[in-house]
Design a binder for this molecule. Structure first.
Ligand code: NAD
Ligand code: LMR
Length: 327
């Protein structure tokens, strides 16, 4: 089988450093799939990315067929089967929301165009760089020849955080929990939903039986975990974010386990009242390299209000980038 071309942007950053070695080791696509890595960086960081490439060589990974480092998006995405869009413009002091969206538009528009121009016909795109959902929308809108659903954004880190918090509360292992869902935006408005989750086969919300804990502890802990990590580490989550990116693509390509689902931010088809086209997190199952939004879940009042609030934020972000002429 020909090696799979995996493009990683922001390769010299913190997440890049935690991500690349695991991709090359086989954690992303399994132990039988060879990979070619294409590392995209801005010119000032190409040298650092080349240093990481030297270290990748020094690992002598049997599955790593080649590495290319470039600052040219066209080259980086040429023939890409998997594209991990990690590099983004972080918010800095004094920067308004509009400035942040505009700066990211300057990154994700040309990257979307480059994906459109040269990526493989089966390309799968995961946007990690924040604001991830809206950056994914910008890239998607500039790639009209790529099926819209191939553009996804990462809420798997939120999903994993929620699993870990719920497991700790119930004194069970994370593997005992199934069917947890993150809805909405990868932001503090996201909604981690345990009403359909199962713990060792029993309903998780019933096992918790404590709505105050849910509303006042669980949801804010998960939703604000990114900020808590920044506060503690002095830098945003990196290894856990890289791990979640691996999980997201791994499951998309290789499938979700029977009897479970995961969370991915994908273009809405109108399911659960989320406006069509908005890249919002849903419960999804994956099989044969395709994801499907889980249908038919009953959404109670508690959940409805929270899903609606996060989706409203995504609609605002979409309207803001539209207003800036970015889509
Ligand atoms: P970082 O600053 O360490 O690295 C970012 C890298 O991107 C830098 O090396 C920079 O040179 C590069 N870059 C900037 N513009 C680029 C461009 N146009 N093309 C290619 N590379 C470019 O940041 P990090 O800690 O690796 O985080 C990366 C992004 O991921 C941030 O936006 C962060 O907020 C986000 N993040 C998302 C999640 C999530 O769950 N979705 C979690 C953690 C972090
Ligand atoms: C996270 O969830 O850890 C990050 O998205 C936080 C951030 O702002 O980089």
């Amino acid at each position: 089988m020909a090696p799979v071309n995996v493009t990683v942007t922001g390769a010299a950053g913190q997440i890049g450093y935690a991500l690349l070695f695991r991709i090359a080791s086989g954690a992303l696509l399994g132990p039988d799939t060879k990979v070619n890595l294409r590392l995209l960086e801005i010119p000032q960081a190409v040298k650092a990315a080349e240093g990481t490439a030297m270290e990748l060589d020094d690992c002598a990974f049997p599955l790593l067929s080649g590495i290319e480092v470039t600052d040219d998006a066209k080259k980086a995405f040429d023939g890409a089967n998997v594209a991990l869009l990690v590099g983004a413009r972080p918010r800095t002091k004094g920067m308004e929301r509009g400035d942040l969206l505009e700066a990211n538009g300057g990154i994700f528009k040309p990257q979307g165009e480059a994906i459109n121009a040269g990526a493989a016909s089966d390309v799968k795109v995961l946007v990690v760089g924040n604001p991830a959902n809206t950056n994914a929308l910008i890239a998607q809108q500039h790639a009209p020849d790529v099926p819209a659903g191939r553009f996804t954004a990462m809420t798997r880190l939120d999903h994993n955080r929620a699993l870990s918090q719920l497991a700790a509360k119930l004194g069970v292992g994370v593997a005992d929990i199934k069917k947890l869902t993150i809805w909405g935006n990868h932001s503090a408005t996201q909604y981690p939903d345990i009403f359909h989750a199962e713990v060792s086969g029993k309903n998780a919300a019933e096992a918790v039986n404590d709505e105050a804990w849910l509303a006042d502890t669980f949801i804010p802990t998960v939703a604000k975990r990114g900020a808590a990590i920044i506060e503690a580490r002095g830098a945003s989550s990196a290894a856990s974010a890289a791990n979640a990116a691996i999980d997201h693509i791994h499951d998309w390509v290789l499938g979700t386990p029977a009897g479970d689902w995961t969370s991915m931010a994908v273009p809405s088809d109108g399911s659960y009242g989320v406006p069509e086209g908005i890249i919002s997190s849903f419960p999804v199952t994956c099989a044969n390299g395709e994801y499907t939004i889980v249908q038919g879940l009953e959404v109670n009042e508690f959940s409805r209000a929270r899903i609606d609030a996060s989706v409203a934020e995504l609609v605002e972000e979409r309207d803001a980038v539209k207003g800036l002429g970015l889509i």
